[in-house]
Ligand binder design. Structure first.
Ligand SMILES: [Fe+2]
Length: 289
């Protein structure tokens, strides 16, 4: 080892040791491991002082643009794949349970309740899409009363929280019926860019990456005694499936959205005035809690 190596390693060792007295063993592990990996990065790339300053500036800008409606830190985590890696670690594959994917920055608590068969679009522009399926456990038993949160962007690529006028659209929750079944009208998902007018967008532009997300509809399904599922369904045939900007696509979550434009009457007696609509089936399987 050179004297330079010794000096660098000595610093790592002293910082790691500074956390030796942390009372909470998990916090101690997290801080010591973070220290080792952070220093390994700095040493591997031979970080310059200008680059260190740029890194600080980027994190500062991410903090400044973040508020209760814009979460740039989640975007950073998502675009670095850290969100999907955390999900992979915490949602181990279990039998036939539906796979999880990224939560994303656009969930809003306390969404309005939609009746089964109701329309969650709330006036959001897009092609009507009938979504139906069941919620069961891994033994195939129905989960009556499961709470199903759904949210999606409109056909212009915007979530309601991006409208800037406090409207709720493309967002609701439903309660599965006695047979664990659910059904609702939404709009057919279309691609949209993650917000890219901030520091994460600048990173994507500087690295030649696209901000586009593959078309998707978000779900969060909760039921007592079962593992909460946060996931999306994706549209088979979407050309963005292989380049999703947050690495959220899993094959099992790609579904057939069938276009219906031959005059077949829409379900639940809805009058669509002859316009084409789509339908998709998504059977949800929850792992044990
Ligand atoms: Fe989304």
């Amino acid at each position: 080892m050179s004297e330079q190596d010794d000096r660098e390693q000595d610093l790592v060792d002293r910082v790691v040791a500074s956390f030796d007295g942390t009372p909470d063993p998990r916090l101690r592990q997290l801080m010591q491991s973070l220290t080792r990996h952070l220093h390994a990065f700095v040493r591997e790339v031979r970080l310059t002082e200008d680059e260190w300053k740029q890194g600080i500036d980027v994190l500062t800008a991410i903090g400044h643009i973040t508020d209760d409606r814009r979460q740039e830190f989640i975007l950073l985590s998502d675009t670095l794949g850290a969100s999907m890696q955390t999900i992979a670690i915490n949602n181990e594959a279990y039998e036939n349970a539906t796979e999880a994917t990224v939560f994303g920055p656009f969930f809003v608590a306390d969404s309005p309740r939609a009746e089964l068969g109701g329309d969650i679009a709330g006036g959001a522009p897009g092609q009507p899409c009938w979504v139906s399926g069941t919620v069961t456990d891994t033994a195939g038993r129905p989960v009556p009363g499961a709470r199903i949160e759904v949210w999606e962007a409109d056909s212009d690529g915007f979530y309601d929280v991006q409208y800037g006028d406090d409207r709720t659209a493309g967002r609701a929750h439903l309660i599965a019926d006695d047979a664990g079944a659910y059904r609702f009208w939404a709009i057919t998902p279309t691609p949209y860019p993650i917000p890219h007018d901030g520091p994460v967008g600048a990173m994507l532009a500087a690295t030649g990456r696209s901000p586009m997300r593959a078309s998707h509809l978000h779900f969060m399904v909760t039921a007592p005694g079962l593992r909460t599922l946060v996931t999306h369904i994706f549209v088979r045939g979407d050309e963005l499936l292989s380049s999703d900007s947050v690495f959220g696509v899993k094959d099992s979550l790609v579904k057939d959205f069938e276009l219906v434009d031959g005059g077949e009457p829409p379900p639940d007696g809805r009058d669509l005035d002859g316009q084409p609509w789509a339908r998709v089936r998504f059977d949800i399987v929850l792992a044990p809690g």
